[in-house]
Design a protein around this ligand. Structure first.
Ligand SMILES: [Zn+2]
Length: 499
């Protein structure tokens, strides 16, 4: 087949190693899905398409390293809920939904990501039931949207109630509401192996392995995940120490593993370069050092951690340890936005909580985390995260005529502190223009709007019924939440008032 050559001409090309404030003007030559050269005045010979990027900042596509598409339609429905209570309300809105709804929610999330300059999204999907039909709907929707996805349907064998400390003190019907049925292990691994074969990785589809959380998985389940990741050369993502309660669960239920979820993962063979732990709000300094020594990574989600009242991840300790870092946007009902711009800005601002001295995190550093760092989480280092020869052609064109750049003093700082997504004019994924001149080329936005409006009638009726049914659980969940703040765990960073 003939090679397709695209030349992006005359833009300011953001280079992590170059002048991050005033990137040099240059051209980018793309052959099919890859960048082949970057430089001034590249020859036009044999070029099929020329994209004029004058007055544009050309930036490596942003990567969203933590997201769940299952509750996209819950955007704006929740406020002020701590994580465990929020789970009580959101989990039922993601499982056992119609094919039409699964397709629409996947497209909505993909569309929002693309509009915000995200070219790769890691979807840690709570898919229920785990079957071929549901999987096809999600994979097809992602393919249709054109976004690159690192897809990891979540697996677990300990039911959702495992997220709550002192779960046995809850009435049985409240335990049932949260979910107290285990899932068989073998069936889930068979499902994953089967999907890897049915939809082989390639193009814009990548797979990862996602055990929900260590406290939601038996050693056998986690060992299986480690083996599966090794066998297929995949990254692993799992939620760790999102809330204070999870430290107490570790201390109380994982005493055989030094009371540490990091030791637990080490003991089952999961702690290593493939592993990424998501959140880590309540991780200790020694555990961070062990993560760094193992070349395991942390994916930060400050926005959802704050909205769900979990706390603030210890970024100072993380920076000191040198552990590799990524950034995510998390759920649409727990953030409620897919914007790496917001995540980057929050990463830099949060430094003030622990670091009153001048210094990091700086805009050009967080841009590395959101591109190169996030690519590394997925095992895609050297392929994604920069505009360099040999890298995938995943990039965004930012309109420097937007008022965010009036005046224009620094690319890195204005991307991180000023850009809200409004300046994202064109988006290329895998060498294909998915958004061009603010027009989405892949998804029929109007049709999707109509489809969502129609689906929401049924969805909101289900939501209202669920709220009614679960109201009974609220006092018990609130009590469980308060009790997790009682014991002293020796790392109460930044907490000034306890319930
Ligand atoms: Zn999550």
């Amino acid at each position: 087949m003939a090679i397709k050559r695209t030349l992006i001409q005359g833009g300011q090309v953001y280079d992590h190693e170059g002048d991050v404030h005033k990137p040099a003007i240059g051209d980018i030559l793309i052959e099919d899905d890859k960048v082949v050269s970057v430089g001034a005045n590249l020859p036009r010979d044999g070029v099929n398409e020329i994209i004029d990027a004058s007055g544009r900042l050309v930036v490596p596509g942003l990567i969203n390293a933590h997201y769940h598409s299952h509750d996209t339609l819950c955007r704006g429905l929740f406020e002020e809920l701590p994580l465990e209570i929020w789970l009580l309300y959101t989990l039922p809105m993601g499982g056992d939904r119609s094919k039409e709804e699964v397709r629409a929610r996947t497209l909505v999330g993909a569309l929002e990501c693309l509009r915000c300059g995200i070219t790769t999204v890691q979807d840690m999907l709570g898919l229920s039931p785990l079957n071929d039909e549901n999987t096809d709907v999600v994979v097809d929707a992602y393919r249709e949207s054109g976004i690159r996805v690192v897809f990891s349907p979540m697996v677990w064998d300990i039911p959702p109630i495992g997220m709550v400390r002192h779960k046995d003190s809850l009435p049985l019907d409240v335990q049932e509401m949260l979910g107290n049925k285990p899932r068989p292990i073998r069936q889930q691994f068979d499902y994953l192996e089967h999907q890897f074969k049915r939809h082989p990785a390639g193009g814009t589809l990548h797979w990862a392995v996602a055990p929900f959380a260590p406290q939601r998985c038996t050693p056998k389940m986690l060992q299986g995940c480690a083996e599966l990741a090794d066998k297929h050369d995949l990254a692993v993502y799992t939620h760790v120490y999102e809330t204070r309660g999870q430290v107490l669960i570790a201390r109380e239920l994982f005493a055989d593993h030094d009371g540490s979820l990091i030791t637990y993962m080490d003991n089952v063979g999961l702690l290593g370069p493939r592993l990424n732990i998501v959140h880590s709000v309540w991780i200790s300094r020694s555990e961070i050092d062990r993560m760094a020594a193992a070349d395991a990574g942390i994916v930060l989600n400050h926005l959802s951690n704050l909205k769900l009242k979990s706390g603030i991840a210890p970024v100072y300790d993380m920076r000191q340890s040198g552990v590799r870092l990524g950034l995510g946007c998390d759920n649409c009902s727990g953030t409620d936005v897919q914007s790496v711009f917001q995540a980057m800005k929050m990463f830099c601002l949060i430094a003030a909580v622990s670091e009153p001295e001048p210094g990091p995190g700086l805009a050009h550093e967080v841009l590395r985390h959101a591109t190169l760092g996030n690519a590394r989480t997925a095992g895609l280092a050297g392929r994604l995260g920069a505009i360099r020869p040999g890298y995938k052609a995943d990039l965004i064109l930012i309109d420097l005529n937007d008022v965010a750049y009036l005046p224009y003093n620094s690319a890195a700082r204005q991307l991180v502190y000023t850009e809200a997504g409004r300046g994202v004019e064109s988006v290329m994924v895998n060498g294909r223009m998915v958004i061009k001149g603010r027009v989405v080329k892949t998804i029929d936005e109007e049709a999707l709007r109509r489809e969502v409006a129609s689906l929401m009638r049924h969805f909101i009726a289900d939501y209202d019924a669920m709220l009614q049914e679960r109201k009974r659980a609220l006092p018990y969940m609130l009590d469980a939440h308060r009790r997790m703040w009682e014991p002293d765990i020796g790392m109460d960073r930044f907490i000034t008032r306890r319930p």
